[in-house]
Ligand binder design. Sequence first.
Ligand code: ADP
Length: 334
Amino acid sequence: MPLQIIRNDITKMKVDAIVNAANNSLLGGGGVDGAIHRAAGKELLAECRTLGGCDTGKAKITRGYGLDAKYVIHTVGPIYEDGKQGEHELLESCYRESLALAKEYKCESVAFPLISAGVYGYPKAQAFRVAVDTVTEFLLENDMLVYIVLFGKEAFMVSEKLFADITEYIDDRYVERHTDKKLEKIRKCAVLGSVAKRANIESAICEASSAPEDLSSRLSQIDESFSQMLLRKIDERGITDSECYKRANIDRKLFSKIRKDVNYKPSKPTVIAFAIALKLTLAETEEMLKKAGFALSHSNKFDIIIEYFISKGIFDIFEINEVLFAFDQSLLGA
Ligand code: ADP
């Protein structure tokens, strides 16, 4: 099951386990640690006292007490010095060890804060990348719903270069589209076009209703559906169904629903998630979107961001979701 990036207070998460960015003593502290202890109540500290602390990069588990979460997984992130003291490996280890514990305790959903990214000083954008990469690697082999919970302003920290490129790309297309004087002309043409189209459709309907056999023969030649196209593309790409839905950040249950229902009507982000997973070109993506009654336009940021990534041949759904998140757009996948 997929990775979700959300903005929330982790103590409010209704999941099987939340992860605490603890210190070596496991006896509480500030930041997210303090918030978790306050929300869970004194019993959490009492259980933590029995654990004998925890090494950096490792994790230990307790019950959740007053929290909605059944468990709290306490992991100790590295204190960031200069990035050359093994901080990266230790931080990766925090995520891996926590996920391994969650798996051992049969958790189906887990929420992480950005470990080490507060008082411990790990640069937020880098800490976020480690979180996304390590969790993604785990999810390629395991079924679990993992949330990375961002707090406050953390949402706006996508790699600056990427952010700048995309901002420019959006400005070029979106702003132009919304302010250009030519817009009025285009709109008028479009209105005329749609009047002409409507006239054609109306005459087609008239024809069809006066000749029912013709209509039924047309209906019998109905095009390949979205679901059929998806399955065909998966086969053409030579990948397995599970590779496809994992790359698409789509829940297995949703995928099997689509597979079973030839006429399944997906949402636009779902279609795009599959297009990304299948590494479709822009033209193929448009074709797949059309099957579900959608299109990409330059009138909204979501579409422009998607177009940017596909045209650059970047098909990492989690990287795309980071950017969509930063621009306050719907995320891809379940
Ligand atoms: P560390 O000592 O590992 O750096 P901190 O608690 O100082 O731990 O910060 C870790 C991350 O948790 C920071 O990114 C901080 O913004 C975030 N954070 C703090 N409080 C909460 C909360 N209630 N929910 C989610 N994240 C939080």
